[in-house]
Ligand binder design. Structure first.
Ligand code: HEC
Ligand code: HEC
Ligand code: HEC
Length: 472
């Protein structure tokens, strides 16, 4: 069977519309670019460039500040490094700056963007290939302004849009921790970006529209807990990087903050407090449990990029910070995606395995494929095995992936499995991408959403092929 059989499909129209739209966007971007250039020149002439360096604080001074604000007699060194390690985890630097676990922080991870592939740099203290020769001021400037050592503009695949909110002390604590890492001599591959996106100076325009430089300013009307949560979510923990939708320039649409977005095939769900579309019906404990273990029993499990966030970052946050994050999430304006029911409230157990008996076996019967590939762990009823014990095989009934309004994540979970390591458990669901064809994955996906989840979420074989092609 080939995928190119001429189905009656609106894809042709869509393609034409997209082209027209893209052409219009190109013209609009160009016009915007020129006006912005004029603005930029005016802004530059008006600003005294010298005055921008007020943030640059020698590390010794930061250590002194750190010691005086914490304990007067503390030995600043080890404390600072420990705090830096905690903060580096909160910022999940390791996730992007590690391609090969045997050389952590040495970079080389390909990050797919709509404009091409960016490889993360080496941020170990190696003097030649890492950041060993960077001054603290240069490190602060990178984190706060998105500017590299030689003054070049960094691409926003590096989340400086969020890191700009992090205090000088916290950035310098991270630097102090990075300085203690084993230097790794390794040069990552060169970026593979199409013209004009390989022109770093273009980021000047991007920044004008999509970037506001500046540290987090606490809101005195809000509690210390909520301010701490906002500082983490909007700053170091960069939750918005995945959960906030983007405009046509790939900038964050903060008017729809945390209302969900799709990246590399995965839907980072709406996590605003909307009752149906977001996490409004989760309890505080469920949210804390999800961030620290990857499981909110009976609601959701963390797979894909969120499994990485839990593994590398949120599981290490202390209870205070986790509760602060939850407090902040509750305060965000709820955004409705139009869902009539929460995604973790769909489906019922299958009660009719006998209906399958006596049917001829075909390779694309979703129910049969489910029994053959999934039922050993998730049970033929879909209710899972092991209830809510850590590492249990979860129920697919009332699971946020099966009940989501699109079947992206379900298909991605089948293709790539689940892999998450926490203090509680090594969680592993095998990947079926190598064993199942696109039409088989589509058949299982559609069976699972119809039987255990949101029956309106269906996928086509073409969509599975597209999801499979996404670089992870
Ligand atoms: C979402 C992925 C991502 C995360 C998370 C991330 N970075 Fe990066 N970082 C990048 C990318 C991509 C670049 C390169 C951007 C470019 O080439 O313009 C980069 C560049 C840098 C640079 C500039 C290095 C150079 O050689 O120019 C520094 C310093 C840096 N990151 C530090 C950090 C620290 C510290 C953290 C954690 C607090 C962190 N990054 C987290 C993706 C990430
Ligand atoms: C690298 C991208 C990424 C980052 C960063 C990220 N998330 Fe997620 N998040 C996802 C994806 C993708 C999912 C869906 C996971 C799945 O389907 O199993 C998700 C799911 C969730 C869910 C569960 C929603 C549901 O209904 O199942 C919560 C809660 C959540 N994220 C909170 C956060 C918070 C809080 C942060 C910041 C500390 C954060 N996320 C950072 C990608 C991300
Ligand atoms: C060897 C056991 C095993 C098999 C076989 C298996 N799974 Fe899983 N499945 C798991 C485990 C373990 C998890 C993750 C549990 C967790 O996150 O704590 C999981 C999670 C899931 C989730 C929830 C993901 C999320 O992000 O919420 C879905 C949906 C799912 N599996 C569907 C399937 C389907 C469909 C099949 C058959 C193609 C299948 N599983 C086969 C063990 C298995």
């Amino acid at each position: 069977m080939t995928k190119s059989t001429s189905r009656v499909h609106p894809a042709g129209d869509v393609a034409v519309q997209m082209q027209v739209k893209r052409r219009r966007l190109r013209v609009a971007t160009l016009a915007a670019g020129f006006s912005l250039f004029a603005l930029y020149l005016a802004w530059h002439a008006w600003h005294d460039p010298q005055s921008q360096h007020q943030d640059e604080l020698p590390i010794t001074q930061a250590i002194a500040q750190d010691a005086s604000s914490d304990q007067a007699v503390a030995v600043a060194g080890p404390d600072l490094v420990k705090r830096g390690e905690y903060l580096a985890r909160a910022g999940d630097c390791v996730a992007c700056h590690t391609a090969d676990k045997s050389r952590p922080y040495a970079g080389g991870l390909p990050i797919a963007t709509p404009f091409g592939t960016i490889y993360t740099p080496n941020i170990t203290p190696d003097p030649d290939t890492g950041i060993g020769q960077w001054s603290d001021a240069e490190f602060l400037r990178a984190m706060h302004e998105g500017i590299g050592k030689s003054g070049e503009r960094l691409y926003p695949a590096f989340p400086y849009v969020e890191y700009t909110r992090v205090t000088d002390q916290d950035v310098l604590a991270i630097r102090a921790y990075l300085n203690t890492l084993a230097p790794v001599h390794y040069t990552p591959p060169r970026n593979d970006l199409k013209f004009p996106f390989n022109q770093r100076w273009l980021m000047t325009f991007w920044n004008l529209v999509n970037f506001t430089e500046g540290r987090f300013v606490p809101d005195p009307k809000q509690s210390a807990e909520l301010n701490r949560g906002a500082y983490l979510v909007l700053g170091l923990a960069h939750c918005e990087e995945c959960h906030t939708p983007r405009n046509f320039m790939q900038g964050l649409k903060s008017s729809d903050r945390l209302s969900g977005a799709v990246q590399a095939g995965w839907h980072a769900f709406n996590i605003t407090p909307d009752k149906n579309s977001g996490i409004g019906n989760w309890s505080d404990d469920e949210l804390v449990s999800y961030l620290s273990t990857g499981v909110a029993p009976g609601r959701a499990n963390a797979a894909g990029p969120m499994a990485e966030v839990v593994t590398d970052s949120t599981q290490y946050l202390n209870d205070e910070d986790l509760h602060a994050i939850v407090a902040y999430l509750r305060s965000v304006p709820p955004v409705s995606g139009g869902e009539a029911r929460p995604r973790d409230q769909w489906g019922k157990p299958a009660d009719d395995v006998t209906a399958l008996r006596g049917q001829t076996i075909t390779s694309v019967n979703g129910a049969q494929l489910f029994i053959a590939n999934c039922a050993t762990c998730h049970n033929w009823t879909g209710q899972g095995v092991g209830a809510s014990a850590p590492g249990a095989y979860p129920s697919l009934v009332h699971n946020s992936v099966a009940g989501a309004s699109d079947a992206n994540n379900l298909a991605m979970v089948i293709l790539h499995g689940v892999n998450r390591t926490t203090k509680q458990a090594d969680v592993l669901m095998p990947a079926f991408g190598d064993q199942l064809t696109d039409d088989q994955v589509a058949a299982i996906t559609n069976y699972v959403t119809r039987q255990f989840g949101n029956p309106q979420s269906t996928v086509t074989v073409d969509q599975i092929a597209k999801l499979r092609a996404q670089q992870q």
